[in-house]
Design a protein around this ligand. Sequence first.
Ligand SMILES: [Zn+2]
Length: 412
Amino acid sequence: MAVLQDTSLQRLNALVDWLRDRVPFYRERLPDARLKNLEEIAGLPFTVKDDFRTNYPFGLFAVPLGEIVRLHMSSGTTGKPVVTGYTRSDLEVWADCMERVLLAADVKPDDVVQNAYGYGLFTGGLGFHIGAERIGCTVVPTSSGVTARQVMLMQDLGTTILACTPSYALVLAEALGELDVRRELKLRAGFFGAEPWTDGMRGQIESGLGLEAFDIYGLTELGGPGVAVECHQHDGLHIFEDHFFAETVDPDTGKPVARGKEGELVLTSLTRRGTPVLRYRTRDLTILSDGPCKCGNPFVRMLKVRGRTDDMLKVRGVNIFPSQVEELLLSVPGLTGNYQLVVDRTEQKHDEMQVLVEAKEGSGHDRLAEAARGRIKEMVGLTVEVTVLSPGVLPRTEGKARRVIDRRELDG
Ligand SMILES: [Zn+2]
C-alpha cells in the first residue's frame, strides 16, 4: 500500500530524529541522514533485550519522567526487568490498538469481558483493560488465578469474552469439563497470547471453552499486547503497520529475509513517545505474508510464531522447538496440550529428551505413548522417551507455562 508506505517512512524518519535528539544510547549509533525509502532501515542498528538491561531503568527513555504517566515491566526472572514507560499519548495509542484487537472478534459495548491476564507490572492485564473500556464493554478485572472463582463469575455474570494466556485457558477448560457447566456459559470469543501456541492447542481451547480463539501478539519492549491480532480467517496475525514497522531477518547474520520466508521478527515502534524502540530483535521466528487476506485487511500478516530463537532445543544435533512437539502430541487423539519436555545429559555425555504428556483418560497410556513416540521419530527424526500421564498430574500455571526443563545447564 503506497499510502501506508509514505506514512511509515515519514513516521520512521520522525522517530529517528526523536531518538537521536533525546536518547544518548541512540545518538551515538544513528546516522544524521534521513531515510529515502523503507528498505534503508536495514542500515540502522538493532536494539536487543540486553540494551534494556544495560540502560536500566530509564536509559532508553526519550522524555523526562514528568511526562511519563505509567511504567510496566517484564517479570525479570533472570536479571533486571525490561522497563517501558508511557506518556499520556502513548496510553491513548495503546488503548486504540487494544480496541482494535478486541474489534477483531466484533466485541461490542454489551459484551462482558473477563480479563484473566495478570494485573500489575505485566502489560497483559491493564492492556486489555483499557482496550475493553475504550469500547465500553463491561470489564471484569479478575486478573489471573483462583480458577474456581473464574468459573463461577463466568457463569454468574454471563461472560462473553475471555482474555488470558493459552496455558491458563486450558486450565479453565479443564475446570469447566469437571463441573460440566460449559453448555450454560455465554462465552463466544477469547484472546490468548504472551506465549506461543499451536493450531493443535487452538482446537483444545475452542472445544474446551466453546469459543472462537484469537491469537494476539505483543511484547513488553514494544509496550505490551496490541501489536498484532488474528482476523476471523485465523491465517496469521495482522500487524498494526501504522504503529509498528515489521521486518524479518536471518537470526544468525541479521540480514533481511524476503517476505514469505521464515526469519526473526524485528519491530520498530513508529508512534510511541516515552520509550520508542528502533529495530527491536524479538527473537520470535515467523513468516511475514504480503498476500491478500480474505478478510480484506491490507495489513501484513505474521504467521503463527513457531518459537523463540532462545526456546530452540538442540538435542543430539537436531534442532527442535517445543511448539513442534506440541503439534505432534496434539495430533494423537487421546493426548492433551499439557506437556513438559525434560532434556538431560547422560554420564556418557549423550543428550536425552523425555516427553511428559497428559492423556484425556486414565487408561490406554502405553498405546498413546507408542503413537506419540512414532510421530516424533517420523517428523523430527529423534528417538525420545514418551511418558503418558493421567489427567491432572503436571503442574498447572496461571501465567506462562514452563514447557522445557533443561537439566543439561546444571552440570555444564
Ligand atoms: Zn485477515
